[in-house]
Design a protein around this ligand. Structure first.
Ligand code: URA
Length: 288
């Protein structure tokens, strides 16, 4: 029996619940188990024999072969990398090293099909700001606004980040901004450890090629990844560490609180402000 339509008030409550849970795309009425579909349908490489059988099954077919049961038409398979695995992480490590410039790295990422996140994202979010700047900031992953514009930190946390930069006399002409993950995870969920491992070689090469004098990691995930630590941001923030690149650079790194966290916990803004003042002093020393 078809379900009675929801009354408008309940419908509104339901939509609010979905929006709060991070569901912001309407895809279909019912969930579809794509993995089950995958095993049920023939891969493209099997398409030729299937099509021959289908031709043979048609009335009036010239092959004279007896008709056989109809099979579903072959559907082109999605790229092999829809499920993240260690092989894709190894591939990412190999191809990220091949980039000799930031433009090449961006082009390689734009072609890379080894991370499932790219298939749900609208745009690659590579970087914003001045790649020649002595200051580079790295966040976690793009959100909805960033995905739509293809630029990092352009939503609400980006506006706060701009104000944080202004507090030390910087803006996007004098700072360079990127994320560990260059594609928006659907519904802003946390990237999985494998997705992060697949993206790691790209952000590491990104930093290596940009070669800033100072790196600022924004929040827990980018701090843990780029400083190779399990220590939490509350302990690490405000103290200098070093990010080591594969080509031997040792970049002084200041972990600080993520602007999205500061929007939720404005009382902690003073901590981030202190961290950025330390960055300002260090930059001045380095350019003296
Ligand atoms: N949060 C991030 O970590 N990065 C962005 O680009 C936007 C929000």
């Amino acid at each position: 029996m078809p379900e009675a339509p929801l009354d408008p008030i309940r419908l509104r409550e339901l939509l609010t619940f979905y929006a709060d849970a991070g569901v912001d795309e309407a895809l279909a009425e019912e969930p579809i188990n794509r993995f089950a579909e995958e095993s049920a349908r023939p891969a493209v490489r099997d398409a030729a024999p299937v099509m021959a059988e289908e031709r043979a099954a048609k009335p009036g077919s010239s092959t004279g072969a007896p008709p056989i049961a109809a099979r579903p038409a072959p559907v082109p398979m999605p790229p092999a990398a829809a499920i993240p695995d260690e092989a894709q992480a190894a591939r990412a490590r190999e191809i990220a090293r091949q980039a000799r410039t930031l433009d090449e790295l961006k082009a390689i990422l734009a072609e890379f099909d080894g991370c499932n996140l790219r298939f749900t994202a609208k745009n690659l979010v590579f970087a914003d700001g001045n790649p020649e700047a002595d200051l580079m900031l790295v966040g976690e992953a793009p959100g909805r606004e960033e995905d739509l514009q293809g630029l990092p930190f352009v939503g609400r946390s980006g506006q706060l980040l701009d104000r944080m930069l202004a507090a030390i006399g910087r803006d996007r002409t004098t700072a360079y901004i990127a994320n560990v993950i260059p594609w928006r995870p659907p519904g802003n969920r946390d990237p999985s450890p494998l997705e992060t491992e697949i993206c790691r070689p790209f952000i590491e090469r990104h930093i290596e090629l940009a070669a800033p004098k100072i790196l600022v990691t924004l929040g827990n995930p980018s701090t843990k990844l780029l400083l190779n630590t399990q220590t939490g941001i509350m302990r690490l923030r405000g103290t200098w560490s070093v990010h080591k690149t594969q080509d031997g650079q040792e970049i002084p790194t200041m972990p600080t609180l993520h602007p999205a966290y500061l929007l939720r916990n404005p009382a902690h803004k003073k901590l981030a402000w202190r961290d950025l003042l330390a960055v300002k002093v260090r930059l001045r020393e380095l350019s003296a």
